[in-house]
Write a protein that binds this ligand. Structure first.
Ligand code: C2E
Ligand code: CA
Ligand code: CA
Length: 766
């Protein structure tokens, strides 16, 4: 973008040709423009008066405000605003920081959702007739009615966007400045050339021309001999270095070395003065006389005499000290986490990429992916302020474990941290680091008089550079961290391919689960329930299976937990209930003489707390034409421990309707037996573990005592007892003797297709 017109350019002005009345809501942005003007006008080499300048800034303020709230978020406008500010001669070294400082401090508050973005009316530029200040084109200003609706932004989001807008503005600013300086440089070089080649013809004229460009240039210009002796510098160059004194006679450019000079800078210089190259361009630091640091964008060109022999060197220097500081600040903000000051994901990934790309054989690395256990509960119950303080403390403690130069700790999400260690095998010990981090978190965190326990799960991935890609490292760390969580948390696990494969298999099951119901991949097997007194079949328990297209038949233990995690258990459970009710109706229809066959269906905790449990169950029974007493719902003991009256209400309603409720896996939980009285249950299903000791004679006497006690207690409470896992005749006989009512187990039948139950029932009848 050039500025040949010499005047400021603003693609979208604020003027409103339609003459809308000025909405009061624009007041905050007007104020913003006022503050902006006061901060920047003194630093602008503009011919505009402060009032004109403020008028120039107002539409730019509008554009920034609109960009802040744009959806989708877009920084292009800020880039253009940067360029527009260069056009308005805001080019003094301090101008850009001043511009950004005002945006940083005021833009978000002036752009609160109440502030509409309609253009201020009659906001045309003062002096639109002057060609140096072209009037803004009102038709290109966004019509307020076209303005996309803006969601109010969260504070944090608005801050983050504001930083990105500053970044874009600075980029647009620097780009425009650079283009402008390039134009100037070309003019200078052209003049210098002309001065040389036309020396004979128009020596005086061209020298005068050169002199004019030389003196008037915004960028520093200096000429030195091939031996490095400084011959002449212009005012701009002298100002940059702190005064003419810096270039006192005898100064040699070869003295201007700096420890941070780019490697190879000296080589470039040598080639130039030897006539092997015509120019080079580098970013170069210098010390001014007062010791302060100056960064320049330096172009050095070789000037040759008419015969082509090297004669002088011409240096063009642009002061980029402020730009560099700004670039560093923006880079810091873009790569660090605001809350903890730790590096963020961006920086971590940069470092990880470098480590993984290293080809040094000895280079090993360890990555620890740490996620706090139960942090959400802290945030939800104690509030974000406490949550934030906890995160800060955690960050500080972890930082103490990760302080060697070859180590890096980053905060990569709410309560997630990634740590990297590199070096030879002994140092790049991920497990060692994980151990140190857990130890550092062991002591409770004290916040506002509370002692909060911090627990964390860590996934550790160790590897060798060049053997594994970034995505794989992160995925493996993630999976391994989840393994640590699944194993109870507050621990670390080390990645290994087998465990990863298991987790991935689980993951692939979870993916296939939602569509499996629609695709009809589930089916139900029924396992008979047998009356112990006479050995007749009383009914069956419905046990669901998944015929997986890849993995074959999967048992409920392999997918019910996944269905519970994903909420799919509710539709799946309803489907099982429908199928089982329909099946019970069929059995009853087929065996008119035995109308008492019943079906047991398992209920998950999610179903228990689902608001439509009662109405769904009633509807299913009605559709199947089944009476409630033909259905028994099995609920595990653990799901009812601690349930209060309101949680029990649906079960009680179902029990009142006549549906039997059985307490499944009884004896595996820790419920207080007297508690049983409060529950709306009519049956206990004694867990397999209690009757295992009776499979062979003589029976384990302790088991016998326990079962005896439970049976007598259950009968006192009017509960029927079903025993699970009956595998032998001895066992069955023993349990019958102890007074158990019903039995279920392989001794009678394994779970199987529904037709088989009918056959068994018929066999009883005959
Ligand atoms: P459960 O309710 O305790 O079901 C009894 C389990 O014991 C069944 O395993 C059954 O096949 C097995 N079993 C039966 N007799 C014997 C025996 O003599 N010896 C041995 N060793 N095992 C025996 P399955 O089918 O794998 O079911 C496992 C669990 O999955 C069930 O335990 C139940 O809690 C759950 N489940 C099954 N179907 C459903 C369903 O539709 N919904 C819900 N929510 N859970 C279900
Ligand atoms: Ca069961
Ligand atoms: Ca059971």
């Amino acid at each position: 973008m050039t500025s040949e017109s010499g005047g400021p350019r603003c693609d979208r002005g604020a003027g409103d040709a339609a003459g809308h009345p000025a909405p009061r809501e624009n007041e905050p942005l007007r104020r913003f423009a006022g503050i902006w003007c006061r901060a920047v006008h003194p630093l602008a080499a503009t011919t505009m008066t402060p009032e004109e300048f403020e008028g120039y800034l107002l539409p730019l303020a509008h554009r920034l405000s609109a960009a802040l709230r744009s959806s989708p978020f877009d920084t292009e406008a800020a880039y253009e605003v940067g360029a527009a500010l260069v056009d308005a001669q805001c080019t003094e070294p301090d101008a850009l920081p001043a511009i950004l400082g005002v945006i940083d401090a005021h833009l978000v508050s002036c752009s609160s959702p109440g502030v509409t973005l309609s253009p201020p009316s009659g906001e045309s530029f003062p002096g639109t007739s002057s060609e140096s200040i072209p009037g803004p084109s009102s038709e290109s200003f966004p019509d307020p009615s076209d303005e996309p609706s803006h969601e109010p932004l969260a504070d944090e989001e608005a801050r983050a966007r504001c930083v990105r807008l500053q970044h874009a503005l600075a980029a647009g600013f620097v780009r425009e400045l650079r283009e402008r300086e390039r134009d100037e440089q070309e003019a200078i070089s052209r003049a210098a050339m002309a001065a040389r080649t036309e020396a004979e013809k128009a020596l005086h004229a061209s020298e005068a021309k050169f002199q004019a460009v030389f003196e008037g240039a915004v960028i520093g210009v200096g000429i030195a001999g091939l031996d490095g002796q400084v011959l002449v510098v212009n005012d701009a160059m002298a100002r940059m270095f702190g005064g003419m004194d810096f270039f006192r006679p005898g100064r040699n450019v070869t003295e201007f070395v700096h420890p941070d000079d780019v490697p190879g800078a000296h080589e470039l210089y040598r080639e130039l003065v030897n006539g092997e190259r015509d120019h080079f361009r580098i970013e170069k630091p210098h010390y001014r006389d007062d010791g302060s640091e100056l960064w320049t964008n330096l172009t050095v060109t070789l000037l040759r005499d008419s015969s082509g022999a090297p004669q002088y060197q011409l240096a063009l220097a642009e002061d980029i000290t402020e730009h560099r500081l700004l670039r560093e600040r923006l880079r810091y903000e873009a790569t660090h986490d605001e809350l903890t000051g730790l590096p963020n994901r961006t920086l971590f990934l940069e470092r990880l990429d470098q480590v993984l790309a290293a080809d040094a054989d000895a280079e090993r690395f360890g990555v620890c992916y740490l996620d706090l256990d139960g942090f959400k509960a802290v945030n939800d119950s104690l509030g974000h302020v406490v949550g934030d303080r906890m995160l800060k403390t955690v960050a500080e403690r972890l930082q103490r474990c990760v302080k060697a130069p070859a180590e890096l700790l980053a905060r990569v999400g709410g309560d997630e941290f990634l740590a990297l260690v590199t070096g030879p095998a002994a140092q790049a010990d991920g497990a060692g680091l994980a151990r140190r981090m857990l130890a550092a978190l062991a002591e409770p965190v004290r916040i506002e008089g509370r002692e909060l326990r911090v627990r964390a799960s860590i996934g550790v991935v160790d590897g060798r550079a060049g053997e594994i890609g970034r995505a794989e490292v992160l995925r493996s760390a993630d999976i391994t961290m989840y393994r640590a969580k699944a194993a109870g948390g507050n621990r670390f696990e080390i990645a290994d391919a087998d465990s990863n494969a298991r987790v991935i298999a689980r993951h692939s099951l979870t993916n296939g689960l939602p569509s499996a119901l629609e695709k009809g991949e589930f089916f139900i097997e029924y396992q008979p329930l047998v009356r112990l007194t006479d050995g007749t079949v009383r009914g069956a328990e419905a046990l669901v299976r998944w015929l997986h297209p890849l993995h074959g038949v999967l048992g409920p233990d392999q997918f019910i937990p996944l269905a519970e995690d994903t909420g799919l258990i509710v539709p799946l459970g309803r489907w099982v209930l429908e199928q089982a009710a329909r099946q019970a109706r069929e059995w009853r229809d087929a065996a008119e003489d035995d109308a008492s066959l019943r079906v047991n269906v398992n209920l998950s905790p999610c179903q228990l707390s689902h608001p439509t449990l009662v109405s769904d169950t009633v509807a299913v029974l009605e559709n199947a034409g089944l009476c409630p007493s033909a259905l028994c719902l099995e609920v595990t003991e653990n799901d009812l421990i601690g349930a209060d009256e309101s949680a029990l209400r649906p079960l009680r309603q179902l029990a009142d309707l006549g549906v039997d409720i059985a307490l499944d896996d009884f004896g595996t939980g820790y419920s207080n037996l007297s508690y049983l009285r409060r529950l709306p249950v009519s049956q206990l299903k004694l867990d397999r573990s209690f009757t295992r000791g009776m499979q062979r004679a003589p029976a384990d006497p302790v088991d016998v005592k326990i079962v005896e006690g439970i049976v007598s207690l259950a009968h006192t409470l009017d509960l029927a007892v079903t025993v699970e896992g009956v595998e032998t005749a001895v066992q069955a006989e023993h349990l019958r003797g102890l007074g158990c009512d019903t039995a279920q187990g392989w001794y009678y039948a394994r779970p199987g297709p529904p037709e088989r139950l009918h056959t068994l029932a018929l066999a009883d009848a005959s």
